[in-house]
Design a protein around this ligand. Structure first.
Ligand SMILES: Nc1ncnc2c1ncn2[C@@H]1O[C@H](COP(=O)(O)OP(=O)(O)OP(=O)(O)O)[C@@H](O)[C@H]1O
Length: 258
C-alpha cells in the first residue's frame, strides 16, 4: 500500500485553478520529484498537499483520508519546507527552534530529555552543530535552508514535502542535503515529495517523477522514464543529451533551445 496517495487532485489559488487531475502515489521509503516549467503548478501542488491551499479530490495518508484529520494532526504527520529562504525574525537559536518544533510550536520551560537528544541528533546529522547557538538572522541563505530541513525532520513526519530544497545550496551541499533526504526517507519509511528544477538532481535522487504542464500531469512514472529527450524537448523546448552515467543514473546536458 502507498503511504501517500492522491486521486484526481485539484488545487485552487483564489479562483484560479492552479492544479487539476493529479493522481499519484508514493510508497514508504520513496522520493517523488515534481517537475515542470515555471508556473506549471508545482508549488501549488505541494501547498495543496500541505493543507495550505484548498483542494478537491482525495489525499490519503496510510490509507486514511487527510481531510478527516485536524490541522494539528495533519501538521504532525506532514513536514513542509517552503520555497525560498525565509528571513526568520525570531530571536531564537537553532537549538531552541529544534525544541520548539518538536513541541508543535508551544513553549515549554523544561524540554524532555528525549527532545534534547533528538535536537542534538538532528544537528549532528545535518552538520549544523557550529550553528546551534545562532539565530537564523545570523546565518547565510544556504545555512537557513539546511536548518529549515532540520526543523521539518525533527518532528519525524510521515510525509516530507520539499519545495526547491537546494535552491540556495552550493554543489556539495546540494548533494549532502539530497543524500540525507533520501537516506532518511528510506530509513524512516517516509514518503518524500520534492519540487526540483535541477533535472540532474531529480534523476539522481528521486525514485519516481511527476511532470506538470499548465497545472495538469503529463507524465508520471520512474524518473528515467519521465526524463526522456523527447519529453524534455516538448516540455522545456530544449534539446538535451540524456546520457547513462556511473551508478546507473542519467545525466542531462542541454544542447540547444529549440
Ligand atoms: N496568488 C495567485 N493568484 C493567481 N494565480 C497565481 C497566484 N500565485 C500563483 N499563481 C499562478 O499559478 C500558477 C502555478 O504557480 P506555482 O507557483 O504553483 O508554479 P510553479 O510550478 O511552482 O512555478 P515556479 O517553478 O516558477 O516556482 C502560475 O501560473 C501562477 O502564475
Amino acid at each position: 500500500m502507498s503511504l501517500l496517495s492522491v486521486e484526481g487532485l485539484g488545487v485552487r489559488i483564489g479562483r484560479f485553478q492552479a492544479v487539476r487531475g493529479v493522481s499519484c502515489a508514493v510508497a514508504a521509503g520513496e522520493c517523488l520529484a515534481i517537475l515542470g516549467r515555471n508556473g506549471a503548478g508545482k508549488t501549488s501542488l505541494v501547498r495543496g498537499l500541505a493543507g495550505l491551499l484548498p483542494v478537491t479530490g482525495a489525499i490519503r495518508l496510510e490509507g486514511a483520508d487527510l481531510a478527516a484529520l485536524g490541522p494539528a494532526e495533519r501538521s504532525r504527520r506532514i513536514g513542509y519546507v517552503a520555497q525560498g529562504v525565509a528571513q526568520v525574525s525570531a530571536r531564537l537559536t537553532v537549538f531552541d527552534l529544534l525544541l520548539l518544533a518538536q513541541n508543535g510550536g508551544a513553549f515549554a520551560w523544561a524540554a524532555p530529555r528525549e527532545s534534547l537528544r533528538r535536537a542534538e541528533a538532528m544537528l549532528d546529522l545535518l552538520g549544523l552543530q557550529p550553528l546551534a547557538r545562532r539565530t537564523p538572522a545570523e546565518m547565510s541563505g544556504g545555512q537557513r535552508q539546511m536548518v529549515a530541513l532540520a526543523l521539518a525532520l525533527v518532528r519525524r513526519p510521515r510525509v516530507l514535502l520539499l519545495d526547491e530544497p537546494t535552491s540556495a545550496l552550493d554543489l556539495a551541499n546540494q548533494l549532502h542535503l539530497l543524500e540525507l533526504v533520501r537516506a532518511h526517507t528510506r530509513q524512516a519509511g517516509m514518503a518524500t515529495v520534492m519540487v526540483l528544477h535541477d533535472l540532474n538532481l531529480a534523476t539522481r535522487y528521486a525514485d519516481t517523477a511527476l511532470m506538470l504542464e499548465e497545472g495538469a500531469p503529463i507524465h508520471a512514472g520512474p524518473v528515467a522514464e519521465v526524463l526522456t529527450r523527447e519529453r524534455l524537448a516538448r516540455v522545456y523546448g530544449v534539446d538535451c543529451h540524456v546520457m547513462a552515467v556511473e551508478g546507473g543514473h542519467r545525466a542531462i546536458y542541454p544542447l540547444a533551445r529549440l
